[in-house]
Ligand binder design. Structure first.
Ligand code: MN
Length: 237
């Protein structure tokens, strides 16, 4: 039996998606989860403690750039910053996922930028308000093409991420330096939310976050796996 199609009062907005290496099929994005303070050196540079529970937050699906090679400078900031992060794309999900099963939910990996209005974040933090608008705006997430996880070795995650801007290495890390490893993050998050195919998880940034300005060119990469070349362009006023 086919379900009746809903009548929409206007055409529904397009679904955001990511390219997948080696196929024309695209990865349809559902929710975008992020982790804060997952590398000690970055927690230190932000003056934040690196203990307790992982700090999870979200970006809207429409926060993902349709074309991550062109990053628009957003309005309402004078300190727009990059955070390079390993991105996990889920091919399945569930609730209360045990850590030892979590890696099997991974569809693939990409390299992403958690783009941040740092001045606004500092101001909101100081006021004791949620820093939503500093992290969760249109164009706040950039991501490369996704590369499929190896189904024969699901526990093997990519090793090394880095970000180069205008020829200078800004950020670099081994993913085994994460405070909470990927399996722990997915398991922990699934205690609060039912994870599902189409979810992305930005796994936190290493030290070296810094400003981007219009005209900056660079690339983020999972070394030997995938790469995102980008330029920062003027955005909406
Ligand atoms: Mn981040």
């Amino acid at each position: 039996m086919t379900r009746p199609q809903p009548q929409f009062c206007f055409p529904p907005p397009p679904r955001h998606s990511l390219a997948i290496a080696g196929t024309d099929a695209r990865f349809p994005v559902r929710a975008i989860y992020c982790v804060g303070r997952n590398y000690r050196e970055h927690a230190r540079e932000m003056g934040a403690p690196a203990d307790g529970l992982p700090c999870f937050f979200m970006k809207p699906a429409h926060g993902l750039l349709a074309d991550s090679s062109r990053i628009p400078y957003p309005p309402a900031t004078d300190d727009f910053q990059h955070e390079v992060e390993l991105v996990i794309a889920l091919g399945s999900g569930g609730r209360q996922i045990p850590p030892e099963e979590a890696m099997r939910a991974i569809f693939g990996y990409g390299i992403g930028l958690d783009l941040t209005r740092r001045d606004l974040q500092a101001r909101l933090k100081k006021q004791g308000q949620p820093w939503e608008l500093s992290k969760s705006f249109t164009g706040s997430a950039a991501c490369s093409v996704l590369v499929r996880a190896n189904p024969d070795s699901p526990d093997r995650a990519p090793q090394r991420i880095r970000l180069v801007v205008n020829g200078t290495l800004r950020q670099e890390a081994q993913t085994d330096q994460m405070i909470w490893p990927i399996a722990t993050l997915l398991s922990e998050l699934s205690r609060y939310e039912e994870l599902a195919a189409g979810d992305l998880l930005f796994t936190g940034t290493p030290a070296g976050v810094g400003p981007l300005v219009v005209g900056d060119r660079g690339f983020a990469e999972i070394v030997d796996v995938c790469r995102l070349d980008f330029v920062v362009v003027p955005g909406p006023a």
